[in-house]
Design a protein around this ligand. Structure first.
Ligand code: PMP
Length: 286
């Protein structure tokens, strides 16, 4: 069965879905995106993703082509039509397709934003890496200065994953001015003496929806949370480390730049937070 995707108001088999070669997402990376996970056929934290989407659009002065409640329905419809139990829904909104290539933003009245959504079926709760943990390397963070806006400028994160792969690792943590910003597609955490440490919010990192949920659950469970920057050296001396993202949930990290953390197995705090996150998400997904 071919996947049913959504393009500018229409549900279509993926091979029939098309966007213009003049689409500004394609030509200028002038587009924002969201990834919402599906658990038991329901959406995890749709409201959080919708709020961040509105913010990303606002920061870039891009028109939203769809009401949020309609967007929720499109997400649900795609889950149903593609029979998704666990997986993700990718959403992209670009500043549309003018009839030529021009750096100047087109008038939103005449050139509407374009919107595309598609599903990805994937086991999330039983991800094998949750048992073994990830190996990460550090790389310099040379991305642009507005990483709090979720744009599709993902070339450097993609290169970072390739650098990790080449080094025999799973992912890369990016470092700016000696301090870890975040992972290529996730937020980064260390745990020392029971305290959970993760970089404070700002323009340097994406404000993860999973990060917000996990920190809330950690505080509710009386765990200590410190929102501050840390170095790779501090991370290598930590008791444990982990990452969070909508699709990875909470994923343990067991090695940083070749240095094994603790006994090299996923740590108890990361494992506990993963359990809590999955349980809470099952209870609240809608
Ligand atoms: N940072 C970056 C750079 C990301 O790409 C992502 C995932 N898109 C995250 C953090 C995690 O965000 P979320 O928890 O909302 O998936």
């Amino acid at each position: 069965m071919s996947r049913i995707v959504y393009v500018n108001g229409e549900y279509l088999p993926e091979e029939e879905a098309k966007v213009s070669i003049f689409d500004r997402g394609f030509l200028f990376a002038d587009a924002v995106y969201e990834v919402t996970s599906v658990l038991g056929g329901k959406l995890i934290d749709f409201d959080g993703h919708a709020a961040r989407l509105q913010r990303s659009l606002g920061e870039l002065d891009m028109a939203n082509p769809i009401e949020i409640e309609d967007l929720r329905q499109v997400h649900r419809e795609l889950v149903t039509r593609n029979d998704i139990d666990e997986g993700m829904i990718y959403l992209q909104i670009s500043r549309g397709a003018d009839n030529d290539r021009d750096f100047v933003f087109p008038d939103a009245e005449t050139v509407p934003s374009s919107i595309v959504l598609f599903t990805q079926s994937k086991p999330l709760t039983q991800a094998p890496a949750a048992k073994t943990g990830l190996k990460v390397i550090s790389i310099e963070d040379i991305r642009w200065g507005r990483r709090d806006i979720k744009t599709v400028q993902l070339l450097y994160p993609s290169m970072g994953k390739m650098m990790a792969k080449k080094a025999g690792a799973d992912d890369a943590w990016m470092v700016e001015d000696g301090e870890v910003t975040e992972g290529t597609s996730n937020n980064a955490y260390i745990v020392k003496d029971g305290r959970i440490i993760t970089r404070h919010l700002g323009r340097e990192i994406l404000h993860g929806i999973t990060r917000a949920a996990v920190l809330r659950f950690a505080r509710e469970a009386q765990m200590q949370v410190e929102e501050r920057a840390f170095t790779i050296e501090e991370a290598q001396q930590a008791d444990e480390a982990f990452i969070t993202s909508a699709s990875a949930f909470v994923m343990p990290v067991v090695e940083i730049d070749g240095k094994t953390l603790g006994d090299g197995a996923p740590g108890p705090v990361a494992q506990r937070l993963r359990e809590i996150y999955i349980e809470e998400s099952r209870n609240t997904a809608s």
